[in-house]
Design a protein. Sequence first.
Lengths: 203, 203
Amino acid sequence: MEPQNLQNPASNDQETGKNSSFLCRQSSTRWTPTTDQIRILKDLYYNNGLRSPSAEQIQRISARLRQYGKIEGKNVFYWFQNHKARERQKKRFTCDNIPMQYRNGVWKNEEIYNKFPNVNSGSFPSSSVPSAPGLMNVGSSGNFGNGSFAVDRSFRDCSIAPNPNTCGSMSQNFTWIGVDPCSVTYPFLEKKNCYVNAELQTL
Amino acid sequence: MEPQNLQNPASNDQETGKNSSFLCRQSSTRWTPTTDQIRILKDLYYNNGLRSPSAEQIQRISARLRQYGKIEGKNVFYWFQNHKARERQKKRFTCDNIPMQYRNGVWKNEEIYNKFPNVNSGSFPSSSVPSAPGLMNVGSSGNFGNGSFAVDRSFRDCSIAPNPNTCGSMSQNFTWIGVDPCSVTYPFLEKKNCYVNAELQTL
DNA sequence: ACGATATGAATGAATG
DNA sequence: CATTCATTCATATCGT
């Protein structure tokens, strides 16, 4: 029933300025978005195509959402990141069609979502976006996904140095050894040799 | 059976500042793995050391397990996530008094727990797995997804953004531009004109 | 039938 | 951007 949801008794007020809890023991209090906040965020995501808000956008969004509950910039930042990441992840689990454009395990999926993603995809979370007050959608003029990766730093450590950083290195190497594109069945599930690891890698 | 998402009929959102009766976590029917599916999953987990299957692996595993019952990629994904997390959790309780550096579920003393995520770690029943034909792994050439990185980073941002205005130094000094009366709220959230994109840019 | 436990599902927060 | 981890919520299952 109740997993002992121990919420801070001294609840606080959202508008006072910040959480009054000093002593940062950890993020024992993670942001719990309100329905209104979620609604608006989804609205931005689906109806406006916002995927990777810039730092300025994040600031404004969070400022706006603050009237619906406690929230910070990083929450907005993480929300968009997670939402986007999970949408893609879902797709990756589901689609049998792995592009697998060979070559060093790095495949290029150019235009992943140029069009607006469908709100309801069926088997995953399947968000139900009430869709906020009338706000027009309209079509994307171009690329929503702007690289704002370097920006997140500024949310993480909101101290003094924004440190633009170079944002040039993106290391992501999958070492796709062995290949063997289409193994009809799972070798490791049927016959077993001694080298399970090797087989696992072909999985 | 009531798949109905009857969550908190008694809307007790007392001061907690959250908990609204919204459907967020409902699932019409959650996956109920068959014994065969469980057997194979555990086999992969314990005998093959699979901990965090990649997206491709997940696809294949789920495809393979589908012959034993309905299953989706996300089920496999969650299964491994949960299984790993709970094993870790259990271990934490079991030897909680051991003076080892332990942070966020990762042992700092790498020698022992790092090597093989499982196989013989002796933390689990160890005999509850029906296990398939004898296939003990070995090898060790594997870089099973498990990384177990030492998370020791200093939390420099313990206290979160005290003031949203001060952080945005990454670009120009926008921070709540005066622009115009409309900027007080998010125009695109209210209704405004038709140029969403334009407004988005001002966001 | 309950209440406790096991476990599927979801998501905030990081890290690389 | 992909992956991972901790938590939490929601149920299914099981014991008494």
